[in-house]
Design a protein around this ligand. Structure first.
Ligand code: IVH
Length: 516
């Protein structure tokens, strides 16, 4: 570092202030407004100029300078700190009936003091990690994780690396203390990129963007955090001001202060309008470059919010409506084709594993030829997979912008992967079929089908055993089961005398099943 021990002249101070402002404006336009005002190269040059000047006059470095976003060395550990105001969680609703129940509950709570026409604000529920920011006289002094809502970890240095968080509020006369809350998150393509890098370095993969965001925030080295490109949407402003009457005002003020506020918010006059918002975003959210896991419905009036207050855990004036299905981005490693009992071919996406609704998902159905055509799927594509309730995961859509160059288009197999015969698709149906009646997949499928409870109800014959029997060519149809003997069964891999006996007994017993 070059240190100049000359005292800075007023010209130098002024130049520095000017540079800082220009860099800060460019960064705001780029990261918050998503509307760049200068070329990357120009920005880099100005930034370097600022850095050099600050190196020469370290006494002029201010904590809100754009150069102060990344710390010079990793923190040893994070301090546990008490939140200025507790961070409440949100009560969940999973359907309209539960939303209705919430609406009745807060109305009942108010009793006679029910206002004339209370309004609701709907916001997207961003799937990231909540953080609390404190500004003193307009300068960011503290960033804290949610923790247990009462205490969290001081991650100020990491929070400063988030370019969409202002280091200094865009206010001429900032109030002495401002408390802002919001969600730090990672956009889908950055999540995929991070996991790709982790795979290459052999590090464990993040299950979803939320975990990746939370993990990143707790990274001790702020230089790594800066590389991860976290983003932030502000959604709560704690500020006592006679000019603030409702939540909508707060969101607008947050925006003026220099924060990114999610644009997809809506003021609703009735629960019916809320419902329409929910329905719109249940599908529209798929177009967003970040994950949302529901919608947050809040009462707009701040005095109403104050009147209702909080239970021990939740505010009474807000509720989260969670979407039933979980969706996540991941990548297509390959596509295989499965042959069912009727010979139907199902294309199956083999995925980079992701945690979805509590399970690890490695494969997802692509349904049929028509769906493949519709998706325009390529190997290596980043896709969104969804698990809705008990249904098998499916590929919902492709993110074509993230397609690697030269990626190969996925087409329906022309041959049966099991027997090699040519497959057939008639224009009348969506299904592509193998019509070889001795195709081992069809034989297996039909035997399994026959062994199930509504048919022959043969206990102990599962998929594994059928596969072994067909592979060993002991069985070509369900009738062949009745010719099996002890020696044949025991000769199969991992088949003991005892279980073989049980199987033979079950086959014999199945003869007593009624004909229908
Ligand atoms: S308001 C007291 N608004 O969801 C009200 N929360 O499940 C506090 N979240 O802890 C939260 N988007 O991390 C609010 N637009 C939004 C949100 C949001 C995401 C998160 C937040 C909260 C969690 C509750």
């Amino acid at each position: 570092m070059i240190v100049n021990h000359q005292t800075p002249t007023p010209e130098i101070s002024q130049k520095l202030a000017q540079l800082r402002l220009t860099v800060q404006r460019a960064s705001y336009a780029y990261y918050v407004l998503d509307d760049p005002i200068m070329e990357d190269g120009v920005y880099d040059r100005l930034y370097r100029e600022l850095q050099e000047l600050e190196n020469q006059y370290p006494e002029l470095i201010s904590p809100d300078s754009p150069t102060q976003r990344v710390g010079e060395k990793p923190a040893a550990q994070f301090q546990s700190v008490t939140h200025n105001i507790p961070l409440y969680s949100l009560e969940n609703a999973f359907n309209m009936a539960e939303l209705q129940a919430w609406d009745e509950k807060w109305r009942r709570f108010l009793g006679d003091s029910l206002p004339q026409d209370p309004k609701y604000i709907c916001e997207l529920k961003i799937d990231g990690s909540a953080i609390a920011l404190t500004y003193h006289n307009g300068i960011l002094v503290r960033g804290v994780t949610r923790g247990d809502g009462v205490t969290g970890e001081d991650i100020t240095q990491n929070v400063k690396t988030i370019r969409s968080i202002p280091l200094k509020l865009h206010l001429d006369n900032p109030p002495p203390v401002v408390e802002v809350r919001g969600e730090a998150f990672l956009s889908n393509h950055i999540f995929v990129q991070i996991n790709q890098e982790r795979q290459q370095t052999g590090e464990p993969l993040f299950a979803n963007p939320r975990n990746a965001a939370a993990g990143t925030l707790r990274q001790l080295d702020s230089r790594i955090v800066a590389d991860r490109r976290l983003d932030f949407f502000a959604y709560t402003l704690h500020l006592d001001s006679p000019n603030l009457h409702d939540h909508w005002d707060c969101l607008e003020l947050l925006q003026k202060m220099g924060f990114k506020v999610n644009p997809n918010r809506q003021l609703c006059q009735s629960l019916l309008e809320v419902q329409q918002y929910l329905e719109t975003w249940e599908t529209q959210r798929r177009e967003l470059p970040y994950m949302t896991d529901g919608v947050v419905v809040k009462l707009n009036s701040l005095s109403l919010q104050k009147q209702l207050g909080e239970t021990r855990k939740f505010p009474r004036w807000a509720i989260a409506l969670k979407y039933p299905a979980e969706e996540l981005p991941t990548k297509i490693i390959s596509v295989t084709f499965q042959v069912g009992r009727t010979g139907a071919l199902t294309p199956v996406a083999e995925l980079e594993p992701v945690q979805l609704a509590g399970t690890t998902v490695k494969r997802a159905t692509l349904h049929n030829q028509d769906r493949l055509t519709e998706l325009d799927l390529h190997i290596g594509d980043t896709v969104i997979v969804r698990k809705a309730g008990e249904i098998i995961p499916e590929v919902v859509r492709v993110l074509p912008d993230l397609r690697p160059t030269g990626a190969k288009l996925v087409t329906m197999s022309t041959h049966c992967p099991e027997c090699g015969e040519t497959v057939i698709k008639t224009p009348a149906e969506a299904v592509t079929r193998c019509i070889n009646s001795s195709c081992p997949a069809i034989v297996r499928g039909s035997i399994i089908h026959w062994c199930q409870r509504p048919a022959l109800d043969i206990n102990g014959i599962g998929e594994k055993l059928v596969q072994q029997l067909v592979d060993a060519q002991l069985v070509r149809s369900v009738a062949d089961l009745y010719h099996l003997n002890m020696d044949q069964l025991v000769a199969l891999e991992r088949q003991g005398q005892k279980s073989a006996q049980k199987i033979l007994e079950a086959i014999a017993a199945s003869k007593k099943q009624p004909w229908h």
